[in-house]
Design a protein around this ligand. Structure first.
Ligand code: SF4
Length: 217
């Protein structure tokens, strides 16, 4: 099977089984999405969704968040991972957007990564979810699943290398969907420790699955 055929099979499968994939973070606008994505680093979406309603109630927009003090915001974030840093990042992000971007969240990766708490992965998520820009955020699920399926060479060792390879091989109009497809597949089917290969419709093209078959004779 050629690389092109493998991509075609995987994309067709997801288009059929997950036609409208979406982020599992709950948000109403770009401000809320950015806060939720910053909070989601090393933390589950479920936990973030339990945390954000109170934050959004107390700080309904960037302006109010930019005026928050550490001591006011920290208790609302305490239950998630790295609360110290995330509290500082959220306030710093809001202040910078107010000062440098007239209170409007910028929508380019280049500008977004200048904000505290925003790395390339977060910037890719924001631009692809809000504007369907052809940017691919590579998290642990995307990294693992794309390698197991053989969408990217096994030798690639960094998220950036995987991102570039996926971008090269997926039609721009589908990249924002492909990001969610790979994440959701990794979260619910292609689990890190015990992938549910028996119920996976991608067995036929999956390199990892075929390696397992060979190992087990
Ligand atoms: S066959 Fe198994 S390893 Fe391959 S994508 Fe499906 S769940 Fe993951």
């Amino acid at each position: 099977m050629t690389k092109k055929e493998r991509y075609q099979f995987v994309i067709r499968y997801f288009q059929e089984h997950m036609p409208n994939p979406e982020t599992e973070l709950v948000y109403d606008n770009p401000y809320q999405l950015l806060v939720a994505v910053i909070l989601s680093a090393q933390c589950t979406d479920k936990r973030v969704n339990m945390t954000t309603p109170l934050i959004f109630e107390k700080y309904p927009d960037l302006s109010s968040l930019s005026k928050a003090t550490f001591d006011e915001l920290f208790p609302l974030i305490r239950s998630i991972s790295y609360p110290n840093n995330k509290t500082k990042h959220l306030i710093g992000m809001a202040q910078k957007v107010m000062q440098d971007y007239d209170g409007t969240i910028p929508m380019t990766v280049k500008e977004l990564v200048t904000l505290p708490g925003v790395g390339r992965k977060t910037a890719n998520v924001i631009t692809s979810v809000v504007e369907q820009q052809p940017n691919m955020a590579v998290d642990t699920h995307v990294f693992r699943v794309s390698k197991r399926l053989g969408l990217v060479p096994q030798k690639l060792t960094t998220p950036l290398a995987v991102e570039k390879e996926l971008i090269r091989n997926i039609a721009p109009a589908l990249i924002h969907k492909a990001h969610h497809w790979l994440i959701l597949h990794g979260r619910y089917t292609c689990l890190a420790r015990n992938p549910k290969c028996r119920e996976c419709g991608l067995q036929q093209v999956c390199i990892y699955f075929h390696q397992l078959l060979k190992q087990n004779g």
